[in-house]
Design a protein around this ligand. Structure first.
Ligand code: GTP
Ligand code: SPV
Ligand code: MN
Length: 604
């Protein structure tokens, strides 16, 4: 082929190798032009792949349904393929690259027969930005093209910015038969390559997101002295002060999008507090010339969970979906040609649940629809998502628009812990903060089968996204702390919005009220308040968290989630040691010592 959009010989020969392998009928290069997107959108609407939604209320919006067996990431079929198994490490599926390539090539061979190959040049981060990187994805799916357009920067300017460089990620995607038995999501960090086959869902196939921006990028970051993290980025402006930026890592579906778009309580708004969203899922972080750490959001849109989103729970996210968005696996209201999901109308007691919908699988649905066992059927899939342009977000940060990296003043870790872990505490040092991030996890609840109260560890919320050995990753975090002078290191905190009472209700109101906890962090960062030293870290003095205007929330209730229970933490420390023991001989000594010290403190 000609490939007249580039002079880069490596790009050309790689693309030719793809074409030879998958054998498409036609090749279309995505140049970023509106005309091409319009043509592809029309094609997808004509073929039924997309439903065009109400042009008045949801202009430019589309609905897509995946196969029922293809609705989420699949950790069991996700592989890191590097030469030595010990480099992939312990929490992950590993496969020898040669073996995996052979398997994948057999699946890919002639898989585009009768189909079109779309070539997508995309940039993670602003095109040409100081922390940005470039990828190419070939795909047979218009859904992928239209979503990548929202989630990344796509077009000829990316190809121009790449020039003759070999620093690009080579991504191959083939939908094939969407056969779960032959589904593979494979990263080849040593080759800068990604292959995903037999899926056509979000996180598996929008390769810029988890495959590149976390798995491949975390490996690149280790080698190049920066970090790729599963973190939101937000800026908080206090009256009379500069905006302070924080990054927060919570596991999937544990509240990153919510915190990133937080609306402060009225009393805080009246005082002049403002919150700005830089990113809701991924942060790339690099030391700047002044020695501080700086972060960008490498994405250009949000791939957020739809169910539960309403104007009360997350107004800014909901507003982001009002134009040029793509909905995946939500329900469809054929009368209004709009979308619906569970709890959409919960913000307003006057609003009524629709009485008839087409559910996410394309079947008729009413509020009385039940499954074979008589259980109510959800209209939207629990992991149904919206893909929305970041520029739609009412509180998008000016720094996102300019693409300027923002200085990071705090890292926040957190998971779902009904017991044991207090509402908030601060690490005593960088290394202690790395320890706190490494032991993050969420407790299993009665909602799932299996033992209740077991902690599933999810270090730094990266469990499904490490591109290399978890112990080496911890070492990289420790090393990054050594690069940054102590007075410029971000402060590290742990939060837990999910403590429950005897009846299983959340104790802390959460959502907008999380501002009250962030405010304490701001005061700690600026040295305005002191704290209570405990064996796990610094806890707030209860009076330093402003709860004055929370309805039905007493200081005693606050105190109940600001305690460190000796027996619970002894058990916790034992659990941490057991977990560390599974991570093998490369575990950094500093962290092992901290685990021992923690247990010793609670064993007296
Ligand atoms: P991914 O996109 O999967 O990486 O997830 P995310 O971390 O962005 O998740 P998201 O913000 O969509 O999490 C949504 C879930 O967290 C919903 O079930 C929310 O109800 C819940 N949630 C978010 N913030 C809070 C909070 O402050 N308190 C409580 N109790 N629940 C919260
Ligand atoms: C997550 O699961 O953490 C997501 C959604 O953000 S996906 O892009 O599908 O991985
Ligand atoms: Mn995520």
């Amino acid at each position: 082929m000609e490939f007249n959009f580039t002079k880069n010989e490596q790009v050309k020969s790689w693309l030719q190798s793809r074409i030879d392998l998958v054998n498409p009928d036609k090749v279309v290069y995505i140049d970023g032009s509106e005309e091409l997107y319009k043509k592809l959108t029309d094609e997808a609407i004509a073929s039924g792949e997309m439903i065009k939604l109400n042009e008045k209320t949801l202009p430019g919006c589309l609905l897509h349904r995946t196969k029922p067996n293809d609705v989420a990431r699949v950790e069991a079929r996700t592989f890191i393929c590097c030469k030595n198994e010990e480099d992939a490490g312990r929490m992950y599926n590993w496969c020898d690259p040669t073996e995996m390539h052979a398997k994948l090539d057999a699946i890919l061979k002639d898989s585009y027969k009768g189909k079109t190959m779309y070539i997508i040049p995309y940039s993670m981060g602003p095109v040409g930005g100081p922390i940005s990187k470039i990828g190419l994805e070939v795909t047979d799916s218009i859904y992928v093209v239209l979503n990548m357009r929202i989630m990344t920067r796509v077009g000829q300017n990316v190809m121009d910015a790449l020039g003759n460089s070999s620093d690009f990620v080579k991504g191959t995607h083939a939908s094939c038969d969407v056969d779960p038995e032959n589904r593979y999501i494979c990263q080849f960090p040593e080759e800068n390559a990604i292959v995903s086959v037999n899926s056509a869902y979000g996180g598996n196939v929008l390769q810029g997101k988890k495959c590149f921006a976390l798995r491949i990028a975390s490996y690149q970051g280790k080698n190049e002295g920066w970090m790729a993290e599963h973190m939101l980025i937000l800026g908080i402006k206090r009256p009379g002060k500069e905006t302070v930026y924080m990054c927060a890592a919570f596991p999937s579906a544990c509240g990153k999008t919510n915190l990133a778009m937080l609306i402060p309580p009225k009393s805080f708004q009246e005082k002049g507090y403002e919150v700005f969203t830089v990113g809701d899922d991924i942060a790339w972080i690099k030391p700047g010339a002044d020695g501080r750490l700086y972060a960008i959001n490498p994405e250009n849109g949000f791939f957020g969970v739809a169910p539960g989103t309403n104007s009360k729970s997350n107004y800014n996210a909901l507003m982001s979906t009002k134009k040029n968005a793509i909905f995946t696996n939500v329900a469809w209201n054929p009368k209004t040609n709009e979308v619906w999901w569970e709890a959409l109308e919960k913000d307003d007691p006057e609003k009524k649940k629709p009485d008839f919908l087409i559910d996410w699988t394309g079947k008729d649905w009413t509020p009385d629809t039940v499954d074979a066992e008589g259980k109510p059927v959800k209209a939207a899939h629990p992991n149904s998502r919206f893909t929305a342009p970041a520029e739609n977000c009412p509180c998008i940060s000016p720094a996102f628009k300019t693409g300027e990296p923002v200085p990071v003043s705090a890292f926040i870790f957190g998971g779902r812990r009904p017991t044991t872990v207090p509402l908030v505490y601060q690490a005593k040092s960088w290394d202690n903060g790395v320890f706190i991030g490494s032991i993050m996890g969420s407790e299993t609840t009665a909602a799932a089968t299996g033992a209740v109260g077991v902690v599933r560890r999810d270090p730094m919320a990266m469990r499904p996204f490490f591109g290399y050995h978890v112990a080496d990753y911890f070492q990289h975090w420790l090393d990054m702390g050594k690069i940054v002078p102590v007075d410029k290191q971000p402060k590290i905190f742990n939060v837990n919005w999910f403590r429950t009472d005897d009846k299983g209700n959340f104790v802390w109101p959460g959502f907008g009220d999380n501002m009250r906890v962030l405010d304490w962090m701001l005061k700690r960062i600026d040295g305005e308040v002191d704290a209570v030293e405990t064996p796990i870290g610094y806890l707030p003095k209860p009076e330093d968290i402003d709860i004055s205007d929370i309805k039905d929330f007493s200081e005693d209730t606050l105190k109940s989630i600001l305690t460190v229970d000796k027996d619970a933490w002894k058990k916790e420390a034992e659990g941490i040691k057991e977990f560390y023991a599974t991570l093998g001989p490369k575990m950094p000594k500093e962290l092992l010592e901290q685990a021992d010290a923690l247990l010793a403190k609670f064993s007296k």
